[in-house]
Design a protein around this ligand. Structure first.
Ligand code: GLN
Length: 319
């Protein structure tokens, strides 16, 4: 069943609904109520039912396929770092790379340790430190960066209902001690220009957005489409930038598990502690998977497994 065809990029050769159904069965059979841990350092995330599973595929031809809880909204958390990076590159151009690097950190996503030696320049835009600098860029550029980000998310996903989850926002705003420390530390080096509270508000806003797997798969289609959103034909970013965002997703999108992801999945991907992961097959499709229990690196355990099975069954890895 489902052995990869000769030319995996020809989607007519794949039974995508059948592949999704098989993955859902396999994932549900593997589900172990003891394995993985739903994030609880943001108290409001701890109450999400751990057995949820959804997956969605959005093709460049405009087709969407989904299974399970793909229509159930969840907290997108760090997946939002892909979208804010896209907006910040548009706002600041390549000068952004003077303020944020593009090397994997090899440390946990919320670590402070490298910043001291590296003078407040975060290793990459997908760890929390880097995303805080990206948020600072958006604050300097837009009069109302929350509205700009929300409009971007709604337009990219095609869902005008995308919005902030108040409970998650309040919960993280109250308990985000590490992020508060990170923002102050970076500001002490001069790599944050705006008031720390404003930067944190924007960062917690992006993390608290609620979207479902279908929304999220659609929201990153421009990264499969060389910067162009299929359907509307809107150019979201340049070919070069979309290629580079994919490169940074591949090397840094799943933190210090990026090597394992490249090995087992072979796709640019970005995870969030809400249990979602988006991934991109350049020139073909984008996808999103959601399963709340996380591994010790903060990536969805079964989400990673589902993506691994997807690339094995379809042959659609970048390698
Ligand atoms: N809001 C989370 C945090 O800052 C995002 C982390 C994540 O999804 N990896 O800790």
């Amino acid at each position: 069943m489902h052995s990869p065809p000769q030319n995996p990029h020809d989607l007519s050769r794949h039974d995508l609904p059948g592949i999704l159904a098989t993955i859902e069965d396999e994932v549900r059979a593997r589900f172990d109520a003891r394995e993985g841990k739903v994030a609880d350092y943001i108290p409001a995330l701890a109450s999400v039912p751990r057995e949820r599973f959804g997956m969605a595929i959005a093709t460049l031809d405009g087709d969407v396929y989904s299974v399970g809880d793909a229509q159930v909204p969840f907290s997108i958390q760090s997946i939002s770092k892909v979208h804010t990076l896209t907006l910040a590159l548009d706002a600041a151009g390549d000068a952004l790379w003077k303020r944020v690097g593009r090397e994997p950190s090899g440390d946990p996503f919320n670590s402070l340790v490298q910043l001291e030696h590296e003078c407040g320049i975060p290793r990459n835009p997908f760890i929390n430190a880097g995303a805080l600098v990206v948020a600072d860029v958006l604050l300097s550029h837009y009069d109302d960066p929350e509205a700009a980000l929300l409009a971007f998310m709604r337009e990219r996903s095609g869902n005008a209902e995308v919005g902030r989850d108040e409970e998650i926002w309040t919960s993280e705003r109250r308990s985000g001690y590490r992020n508060i420390a990170l923002a102050n530390f970076i500001r002490s080096f001069g790599n944050i220009e705006n008031e720390v509270d404003a930067v944190l508000d924007l960062y917690f806003f992006q993390c608290a957005l609620r979207m479902n797997c279908v929304d999220l798969a659609r929201s990153v289609r421009y990264l499969a489409g060389r910067g162009v959103c299929p359907g509307t034909g809107t150019r979201v970013t340049s070919i070069e930038r979309s290629t580079r965002i994919n490169a940074v997703m591949m090397t840094c999108g799943t933190y210090d598990a990026a090597g394992e992801f490249a090995f087992h999945v072979g796709l640019p991907a970005k995870s969030g502690v809400g249990g979602g992961i988006v991934a991109v097959v350049p020139n073909v499709l984008s996808l999103c998977v959601w399963s709340p229990p996380l591994d010790d690196k903060g990536n969805s355990l079964l989400g990673a497994y589902a993506l691994h099975r997807f690339t094995r069954m379809t042959g659609l890895s970048v390698f």
